[in-house]
Design a protein around this ligand. Structure first.
Ligand code: ADP
Ligand code: K
Length: 427
């Protein structure tokens, strides 16, 4: 464990630490951020009214729209002379979200990424092949800083240029790679296509995040690269990658949230009411320690559930894999659908590989989903039989009739370095 004192802090002490940090945060926000000061006034609340994380539900959520309406620096809690770095989210919908870091924030970022990498199997002395994009996106520099902080040698490859990635994997012999799961699929596929034997690569651990993924992709990447693959989650508003991480020895049981710094809640997406552990809803974060860009109850829009794992080796809470962003949920003839649900069904049928996409269109006035999916290399199932099998499994599991179109291996668009859009909405 990278920081056992904190990662195994008894829950009662962890709660105490969170409460102390929350009180200090509330005092800072009240004093330094007019937006929050105003919110407290509007609610008739004094900073002293919020004493513990149990009081958080009395406060409103901070939403992406609040960040946009204070673009670019309006929610910063520190003057520009204290800021050492500025990042921004891609802003695929509307204006980018701008975030800032003080020196302490950057050190905190290093700490949580170092914890995460260690949790994924990385150790000081190993080399990290960092295929996250460098730039305004927090992935590249975020992973870089944490890896160096832990004592790894960082190879700052950045995303894209697959040819060069393969050369570096073979010649530089990194033990750890981080990238998006869809790009790991691309790299695994290219190794197979070019006859690169993954056994001859030093690579042992893949730390995958920045987009939703499921066991189907884990299996493909683990086999294709001969690695152990774990999930890393984060978002720039909260800090970047390293908000949570799955332990390599506890695969499939969720990712630890470093809750001494990021206090999570899961709330009902319609009512905003906090949900009990285990129930799926919108993930919300309060940043307990960040200085430059602290947020109260930030509505991530990511759908997951929370729980404490009695079998886990750390005391911190775990989150399930993200099903998707609430605004990426498709509503098809009244049924809610995330593409990860289709991915999970594909996983149960060996005839398919998780290279797929959903095409959403309209037939008359009815929405119609077509699942384009590649057959697994080497399968000899008859096309119509495989198609019918998948359609029946989708209908049985999700409750929706979808068309299935089989595609030859290699024909569905791959990630060329970053996040992959698996849904083509033609409506
Ligand atoms: P951008 O908004 O430009 O994509 P961010 O890096 O801030 O930039 O994106 C954060 C979002 O990426 C999260 O809110 C979530 O939707 C998604 N994400 C990040 N990590 C994961 C993960 N491990 N699993 C699923 N989704 C993830
Ligand atoms: K290997």
């Amino acid at each position: 464990m990278y920081n056992p004192a904190i990662e195994q802090l008894p829950l009662e002490e962890l709660r105490q630490l969170q409460n102390e940090r929350l009180r200090a945060l509330i005092a800072r926000l009240y004093q330094d951020v007019p937006f929050y000061h105003q919110q407290f006034n509007n609610l008739g609340l004094q900073p002293g009214d919020i004493q513990s994380v149990e009081d958080l539900h009395r406060l409103p959520f901070t939403r992406k729209s609040d960040l946009r309406s204070h673009y670019p620096y309006g929610l910063f809690a520190r003057p520009m002379e204290d800021i050492r770095r500025i990042h921004a989210s891609s802003g695929t919908t509307g204006k980018a979200t701008v975030v800032g870091y003080t020196q302490n924030d950057l050190e905190l970022f290093d700490e949580v990424v170092a914890r995460s990498l260690y949790c994924a199997g990385a150790r000081p002395g190993m080399k990290l092949h960092n295929a996250y994009g460098y730039g305004l996106f927090t992935g590249g520099l975020g992973m870089h800083g944490g890896a160096a902080h832990m004592g790894m040698a960082v190879i700052p490859v950045s995303g894209g240029m697959t040819e060069r990635q393969l050369t570096i994997l073979q010649d530089f012999q990194p033990e750890v790679i981080c990238c998006t799961p869809s790009y790991a699929q691309t790299l695994a596929g290219e190794c197979a296509r070019r006859g690169i034997d993954p056994e001859k690569l030093a690579i042992r651990y893949a730390v995958l995040g920045a987009e939703p993924w499921t066991e189907a992709i884990r299996q493909q990447v683990e086999q294709g690269l001969q690695v152990k693959a774990t999930n890393i989650y984060g978002l720039s508003e909260v800090i970047g990658p390293g908000v949570s991480q799955e332990d390599v020895e506890e695969q499939g049981s969720g990712s630890y949230i470093w809750e001494d710094h990021f206090f999570p809640e899961v709330v009902d997406r319609d009512t905003g009411q906090p949900l009990p552990y285990g129930e799926e809803g919108v993930l919300v974060f309060t940043t307990l320690t960040k200085e430059a860009f602290p947020l109260l109850r930030y509505w991530t829009n990511d759908i997951c559930s929370l729980y404490y794992d009695p079998n886990g080796k750390r005391t911190h809470i775990k989150m399930s894999g993200i099903r998707g962003r609430a605004d990426d949920m498709l509503i098809i003839r009244g049924v809610n659908l995330f593409h990860t649900q289709v991915e999970e069904v594909i996983h149960t049928l060996p005839a398919f590989s998780p290279n797929y996409r959903l095409i959403v269109g309209r037939q008359g006035h009815l929405d119609q989903v077509t699942v384009e999916v590649e057959t697994a290399p080497g399968t000899s199932v008859a096309a119509t039989e495989a198609q019918d099998e998948l359609a029946a499994a989708l209908k049985g599991t999700i409750g929706l009739s979808m068309q299935v179109r089989l595609c030859p291996p290699g024909s569905i668009p791959r990630s060329e370095g970053g996040k992959l859009n698996r849904v083509l909405d033609q409506r």
